[in-house]
Design a protein around this ligand. Structure first.
Ligand SMILES: NC(=O)c1ccc[n+]([C@@H]2O[C@H](COP(=O)([O-])OP(=O)(O)OC[C@H]3O[C@@H](n4cnc5c(N)ncnc54)[C@H](OP(=O)(O)O)[C@@H]3O)[C@@H](O)[C@H]2O)c1
Length: 236
């Protein structure tokens, strides 16, 4: 039977990389983000790689949209085998400059939207006898960083949800995993896509995270990977 996944934040960066990896493995994937044209283009890449893609353009920070997203994916694919909560954003400000709006937008997408997706997906997983949830956190979900206190705390919060969901959901054969990468070359935080030539020397690429996500999504029936923390090799 074809394996199915829903990937949020699939219009660029890590989410696009994860969607293409699933496509290469012949999976059926629902791609979610706000920019429809970008999603359509990633859908073509997924299908060219050998998979099947469905596009759902939505803003996951708006009440009701996470639930509509889960319903769309179930309607199109029949079931969701793996849910990847990847959409996220970071705003970097010194403490006196922290804006209430940036605090809210980061918590709304990086924490609330993930919770709302999981809340809507769990009854579906329970009905189907199980499922896999993968939350894309960050290496800063394990430590603190200057100027990134709010971003870092959203990723700590997501790790707290991850740990609690694991305890609540494993009896229903629902596995939950936190994947926390270090620096990856993406458009994150307004970075130049593909990175500078200096960054290309040492940073990871989306495919590195996609590889780890695919390993988690295809683990054996008695295995339950709790978290994968991915550092860059050159930490000098
Ligand atoms: N790059 C890194 O160094 C790094 C390191 C550790 C963790 N991460 C995490 O990896 C994840 C992906 O980030 P990335 O690096 O791939 O950056 P990115 O290229 O900016 O991707 C962010 C994705 O989230 C989507 N998104 C943003 N706001 C949204 C909203 N309101 N509703 C729905 N989708 C929304 C964006 O698509 P639209 O704009 O089309 O909506 C985009 O697809 C994030 O959770 C980030 O925190 C990144």
């Amino acid at each position: 039977m074809t394996k199915t996944a829903l990937v949020t934040g699939a219009s660029s960066g890590i989410g696009r990389g994860i969607a293409i990896k699933f496509g290469e493995e012949g999976w059926e994937v629902t791609l979610v983000a706000r920019r429809k044209e970008k999603l359509d283009s990633v859908a073509k890449e997924v299908e060219k790689a050998g998979g099947k893609a469905h596009v759902f353009a939505t803003d996951l920070t708006i009440k009701g949209n996470p639930n509509n997203t889960i319903e769309f994916a179930i309607e199109r694919m029949g079931k969701i085998g793996t849910l990847v909560n990847n959409a996220g954003l970071g705003r970097f400000e010194m403490v006196p400059e922290i804006k209430d709006e940036s605090f809210q937008e980061q918590f709304q997408l990086n924490v609330w939207a993930c919770m709302a997706m999981v809340r809507s997906a769990v009854p579906h997983f329970q009905k189907n006898g199980g499922g896999q949830i993968i939350n894309i956190g960050s290496i800063v979900g394990y430590l603190g960083i200057s100027k990134g206190s709010i971003y870092s705390s959203t990723k700590w919060a997501l790790r707290g949800l991850n740990e609690s969901w694991r305890e609540e959901l494993y009896p229903d054969n629902i596995k939950v995993c936190y994947v926390g990468p270090g620096f990856v070359l993406t458009e994150f935080n307004g970075r130049k896509e593909g990175g500078t030539s200096e960054e290309q020397e040492w940073a990871m690429v989306p495919g590195d995270v996609a590889h780890a996500v695919y390993c988690v999504a295809t683990q054996g029936p008695n295995s339950d990977i709790k978290e994968v923390s991915i550092q860059v090799l050159d930490r000098s």
